[in-house]
Design a protein around this ligand. Sequence first.
Ligand code: F3S
Length: 755
Amino acid sequence: MAFDIEMIKKVYASIGERVNKAKEVTGKPLTLAEKILYSHLYEGNPSESFKRGESYVDFAPDRIACQDATAQMALLQFMQAGKSKVAVPTTVHCDHLIQAKIGAASDLQSALNSSNEVFNFLESVSNKYGIGFWKPGAGIIHQVVLENYAFPGGMMIGTDSHTVNAGGLGMVAVGVGGADAVDVMAGMAWELKFPKLIGVKLTGKLNGWASPKDVILKVAGILTVKGGTGAIVEYFGDGAKSMSCTGKGTICNMGAEIGATTSTFGYDESMERYLRATGRSEVADLANGVKEHLTGDDEVYANPEQYFDQVIEINLSELEPHVNGPFTPDLATPISEMAAKAAKNDWPTKVEWGLIGSCTNSSYEDISRAASIAEQALVKGLKPAAEFGINPGSEQVRFTVERDGFLNTFEKLGTKIFTNACGPCIGQWDRAGADKKEKNTIVHSFNRNFSKRADGNPNTHAFVTSPEMVAAIAISGNLGFNPITDTLTNDKGEQVKLDPPTGWELPEKGFDVEDPGYLEPAEDGSGVQIKVSPDSKRLQLLEPFAPWDGKNITGAKLLIKAKGKCTTDHISMAGPWLRFRGHLDNIANNTLTGAVNAFNDETDKVKSQLDGTYAGVPDTQRAYKAAGVPTIVVGDHNYGEGSSREHAAMQPRHLGVKAVLVKSFARIHETNLKKQGMLALTFANEADYDKIQEADTFDFVDLTEFAPGKQLTIVAKHEDGSSDTIKVNHTYNAGQIGWFKAGSALNLIKLQNNS
Ligand code: F3S
């Protein structure tokens, strides 16, 4: 599986010097998060103190991980960079495109039948460019990363929001959009606003039914889905040390549900045990050599209020199992209060499914603890009232829990063992009759429970809890069942009680696996051919965007003046469009179809200035492009907020939109537009938004003098012959103006490679 030991040695060789330098420039002891951030500056040694929540900083991550849905466009773009290999160790994991329906073998075959061209494409690109490839069925990206690649003190980025899971092994691991990943693959810096810091002090020790999942379910209740925004959450204290490494992973994983940039834990013995159990004793030995730099300073943890922006304290000894939901992961309810709360809110208490797994909770420890509850059901004569499904997190976990008899225990209860993949967690669940289902309840050990996420049915009330609680609640079939106090009636009519779960942090006989599902890339990939059928509906090789012609843009028509919220979902919808993520021209057929037209308050209905008719945005724009007419998009505040997907910038660019002029941008989208060679502009005077009329034509006056910090001027000519001169601002630096001139950031990299 080739974790890159040389890279890890390099990180540890410089960490001491960089951390000490960071202490010097900041003049204070450091948290672990700061140590990792300051030791991964793109410029090398720290030379200044950054302002949390304000400074934009260039970082040099150690690793990249991509999942199959997002990797398609990321790799298609990387192919444009003209590099022969990725600049940092990278892996691709096929886990999102596999449906859960009948059971692992048959479901995997269906996925191979329906998405084989995508898998083959990802495999051949990986082989060519030195990227490790994890085949469909090998496991879920974050579990596989934790088992093979994560290392204490490292920094990684991944094209999936739960990349943060690797914080369980002491990393700063952040979910990013494909464009950011491509930059780093091509050797460029990764920019991040220096995060704020939230400290969570854990005291006491988990006991009984409480598990690491309950820590994050409680934290989510305290901080809510927005409370971690722009911050790194750092866990510390004796309670932190008492938990397993995979349990820490669970906690960090769901940091995404509180909006945190990432979460992390200091290096400790649980991490050392996990590294050794997963065949990485060499990494553990190296980490032991630089231990003091892989955790926050004692002074920081002794006086956390002084060094963190916010501090939360949780006593694990008093923590009660939680069940969060429905519809949002921060609606936290201790199990003792659930029966009353469900009755009050009219939540259906009959539980129909219990699902265990996902990247959040599919470790050996998770499955062994849940199996101990399943075993009790068998021994005590309890027949599960709900159906059970399990998605193991990796083939290594699946193989080992099968060897140790846990899967067999579940199978005796009629459990469906699905593929080692995301499955129901990402809506890839063909649940029988889901479309017709009335209000119903499921419990799962995943991270997200938004409406429609698991089975596509808005009536399904999904509740998030630990795997052992999923097992207990599904056996009882009652959402309000509290295994600590309640009894169940067995097949003899007796009242029986479930004992608290027992399990193993790590397998006593060690992990085992026959075929982990990994393909090492070719040493020299220059001869590898990448085949994409020109008839493919799912994949399309990218053509470089045309460079700027050096002239002012004139005669540009208004495509749409978007009103109010216009997120990346409005610009490039998700849902059924997921299947076209690797085909720019096909996915462009959803461009801006969710944006509200300010002139008629309708979506996907704009006036064409070519013939005066109203039609959908993509068709109207395609007609402008065919006629050689440039266009611009006008928008409101915080344009492009939401997911960081680069498609929202690539699609308008592909369709021929030249500029996006708004009151304000969400920063990531603004950067994505710049990277794709678009003009991302803001009104110098916000009120000028109101001057834009439906049939306006725009002339740029001074684009030929495009320079950092210099306003640009646009004349908006109205249908009645009048006009307004509009001053617009931009945030392009010299390098980014270079992207615009070259046609895209990747074009520029390619030019630089060839020069
Ligand atoms: Fe997959 Fe769900 Fe995790 S979609 S990566 S299992 S959050």
